[in-house]
Design a binder for this molecule. Structure first.
Ligand SMILES: Nc1ncnc2c1ncn2[C@@H]1O[C@H](COP(=O)(O)OP(=O)(O)OP(=O)(O)O)[C@@H](O)[C@H]1O
Length: 266
């Protein structure tokens, strides 16, 4: 069993917006992620997936509970945590190369080392022919690949991704999902990814934490056992595998049960 990379212990979060009733977004949520694992947080809209990821990233303070990365408690964002969001987060005035080098420049990495390392990650996301292009010259999928390369180039201990492919069309989305599995295989990274797309979750995940709503909790841990511990290279291959349709139906059923519940005011 690989060592635990990230451990989230008993997280609760109550939001208390001024003039409105407090909302219990999370209640006693715990999970763990092993090295080089891809774990998906899946659940209906509003179940607290993004809040849990932001707490894991140190961006939001939990009401109670703790987050431990590589044995150290996380209290604030830092270099060990790489975040990729749905929007495209590249700087429009910098080229692809400069965007990928940006974080390393801030961290004082020498120009030669920056260039070598940036080239490696630009190659990994298959953007080498576009290294000198500006974001506005790129498609949505390509911009998202810049964001991934930029984040990976900073050598985070873990990559936290919140609906990273949510803004992309269906075809680009599959390509990005397949690319992410390639990256995982070749870069030894560890990933926690939030989605509400069931087939994306089953395709990408080594394990899925399915969350229930109002308040958000971890309802069940699911392993796509039909993949037999393998990462399947293409989506067409996965959907035709015995066991896929059953897992999708099981999760759809859970989603339907969850959407029947209402918001939880404290
Ligand atoms: N800053 C905030 N202030 C008040 N309530 C919030 C805040 N952020 C989130 N919430 C509430 O917490 C709950 C969980 O929200 P969150 O965005 O984490 O859910 P989610 O599962 O990521 O949803 P989606 O899939 O729609 O993005 C919701 O009821 C939401 O309205």
């Amino acid at each position: 069993m690989p060592p635990t990379k990230l451990a989230v212990h008993g997280i609760s979060k109550i939001f208390a917006p001024r003039g409105k009733p407090p909302v219990q977004a999370l209640s006693d949520a715990s999970l763990s992620v092993s090295e080089n694992e891809l774990v998906v947080l899946l659940g209906p809209s509003g179940c607290g997936k993004s809040t849990l990821l932001q707490i894991a990233a140190g961006l939001v303070k939990p009401t109670s509970g703790r987050v431990v990365l590589d044995g150290e408690e996380i209290h604030r964002p830092g270099r060990k945590l790489g975040m990729v969001f749905q929007g495209y987060t590249s700087f429009p005035w910098l080229t692809v190369q400069q965007n990928v080098e940006y974080g390393m420049r801030l961290n004082g990495v020498s120009a030669a080392d920056r260039r070598t390392r940036a080239n490696e990650f630009i190659d990994l996301v298959r953007l080498t022919p576009f290294a000198d292009a500006y974001p506005k010259q790129l498609s949505g999928g390509m911009k998202q690949r810049v964001a991934i390369a930029r984040t990976l180039a900073n050598d985070p201990a873990i990559l936290l991704m919140d609906e990273p492919f949510g803004a992309l069309d269906a075809e680009t989305r599959w390509h990005m999902q397949e690319l992410l599995l390639d990256i995982l295989a070749s870069s030894n990274t560890t990933i926690v990814l939030v989605t509400h797309d069931i087939s994306e979750a089953i395709f990408l995940a080594d394990r899925i934490y399915f969350m229930s709503s109002h308040p958000g909790r971890i309802r069940e841990e699911l392993v796509p056992a039909f993949k037999k511990g393998q990462r399947i290279a293409s989506k067409e291959d996965m959907v035709s595998m015995p066991g896929y349709a059953e897992m999708e139906a099981q999760i759809l059923h859970m989603m339907r049960e969850e959407s029947a519940t209402g918001p939880a005011h404290v």
